[in-house]
Design a protein around this ligand. Sequence first.
Ligand code: FES
Length: 147
Amino acid sequence: MSNTIDEAIRDPKNLGEMTGADAVGTAGSGDCGDMLRMWIKFRDEGGRRVIDRATFQSFGCQTAIAVASMATELIKGKTPQEAMEMSGEDLSAPLGPLPPMKIHCAQLVEGALKNALTGGEAAPVAPSAPVLADSLQPKGSVKITFR
Ligand code: FES
């Protein structure tokens, strides 16, 4: 792994649930079963609705955490349309190329982002991926704590 990924794993940005979020999205990976949830808050900027900030929780691997950390920074200030156009590759680009077996980790982040921006409906990241969002619906309280 590159140093940049290592750094993002050591000190992930925007980690944790956001209270008062405008949008929430969840995606699950059919490749490994990992899941990721993203919260988004919008703001008005000169009459345009843009992403003010985003946070995430990962029920998954460290690469997904690194990409989500990067992605939640990259989408700040973008309109929902602009963010919708970003691929997993775009969202992970500053981390450098991902190994082939980790490309789906970036797609997991893309899936959660797109799911949030399209109203939080179930959005599997790959056509073959099972819909895992339902199993993530809070029953009681489920919290993952990172140390
Ligand atoms: Fe599956 Fe990273 S190994 S999300």
